[in-house]
Write a protein that binds this ligand. Structure first.
Ligand SMILES: [Zn+2]
Ligand SMILES: [Zn+2]
Length: 361
């Protein structure tokens, strides 16, 4: 495959200065870098551009290239273009120099069932890295003098040529002295010691929607760590944990609880007041002939639907409690009942099974 003319690849003429070559390369590299462009052809183009710059930015190589041309040069120099390419892709150099988005943060919030049902605002303490207020993230003490970095000459990157069995490898790394900024300052920020960010602990109000369930997450945009070099902040993710409730058990949007009734209430039916999750009360009509384990549904007294409208139901499971001891009067009544009916109606084991499933008993 014939190699393209390196000058043409960079779009400069043969007499271009080092600065012109560098700025042409940077412009093209930004355009075709695989991190930027999803186009498959762009990766090929980026290789070409990187290869052209590799040669034309090095006075010695450029001279040889000018003398012998593309066909002569090629692999004769023995450097692996793929390794150069991988250096660009694998390294964090690009990311380190440009704006970097702040990290996302995660924390957990424990909620009572009442709070999950009603919705709540929870104030959480978030320890995080924030942009330094004194230097506004630059890391330089206000009023400090800046100078071009002597290590990288203002380019922000250092290039190293390594000789190996497989040829010469050129690696490009962030300048260790100026961390890619290209400039150095004579005094670092006294607040952040040059980091550009400081540790802070903030109180963040988290709006918890009514109907949230255990294990769900709420994203609070922009409340993660501050970005660097003008990058946006990360997000805060709040994981919801629901505490066990004394009385109610949640099942989806329904709330389950147990109402204890006497055999007489079950047999005759009754109207009983039960508590609701809102802190109020509701009337439950226990039908005559109710069986142990049977449930009564209170519509719309459950959990608000997080996606959608309305609420689930409150399911009142009836637990028929047989008296362990009887008063004298009860004793005579039970004896009479016993004489009146000696054969029980058939028990429905299926209902008992359901109670056991629902309550883990
Ligand atoms: Zn600072
Ligand atoms: Zn430097």
């Amino acid at each position: 495959m014939a190699r393209a003319d390196h000058y043409a690849v960079l779009g400069v003429d043969r007499g271009a200065t080092a600065d012109e070559i560098r700025s042409a390369y940077r412009k093209l590299a930004r355009q075709f870098h695989p991190d930027v462009s999803a186009d498959a052809a762009a990766a090929e183009r980026f290789k070409e551009v990187a290869q052209a710059y590799e040669i034309l930015s090095d006075p010695e190589k450029r001279q040889r290239y000018d003398m012998f041309g593309a066909s002569e040069f090629g692999d004769a120099a023995g450097f692996g273009i793929d390794d150069l390419f991988n250096t660009f892709l694998g390294g964090t150099r690009r990311r380190e120099r440009g704006p970097v988005r702040g990290a996302d943060l995660r924390l957990q919030v424990d909620l009572d069932l009442e709070e999950a049902v009603a919705g709540a605002e929870k104030v959480v303490r978030v320890p995080r890295q924030e942009t330094c207020g004194r230097c506004h993230g630059s890391g330089a003490e206000p009023g400090a003098k800046t100078a071009t970095c002597g290590t990288c000459g203002g380019r922000g990157e250092v290039r190293q040529v390594q000789q190996s069995l497989f040829g010469r490898f050129v690696t490009v790394a962030t300048c260790p002295r100026c961390a890619g900024a290209g400039k150095t300052v004579d005094q670092l920020c006294t607040e952040c010691r040059g980091e550009g960010r400081v540790h802070a602990e903030r109180e963040v109000a988290v709006q918890i929607p009514a109907g949230i369930d255990d294990g769900q997450q709420i994203r609070v945009g922009g409340e993660g760590e501050s970005g660097m070099r003008g990058g946006p902040p990360g997000d805060l993710y709040v994981l919801i944990r629901l505490r066990e409730h004394q009385r109610f058990r949640r099942e989806g949007d329904d709330l389950l609880h147990v109402l204890r009734v006497t055999p007489a209430q079950a047999a005759l039916g009754d109207a009983v007041t039960v508590p609701t999750i809102d802190g109020g009360a509701a009337q439950v009509k226990v039908p005559a002939g109710s069986q142990h384990g049977q449930s009564v549904r209170l519509r719309g007294k459950g959990v608000p639907r997080l996606h959608g409208s309305g609420r689930g139901d409150q399911l009142v499971y009836l637990e028929v409690v047989i008296p362990r001891s009887l008063t004298k009067e009860e004793l005579s009544l039970y004896q009479k009942l016993k004489q009146l009916r000696r054969d029980p109606e058939r028990q429905d084991d299926g209902i008992l099974g359901k109670v056991r499933d629902a309550f883990g008993g």
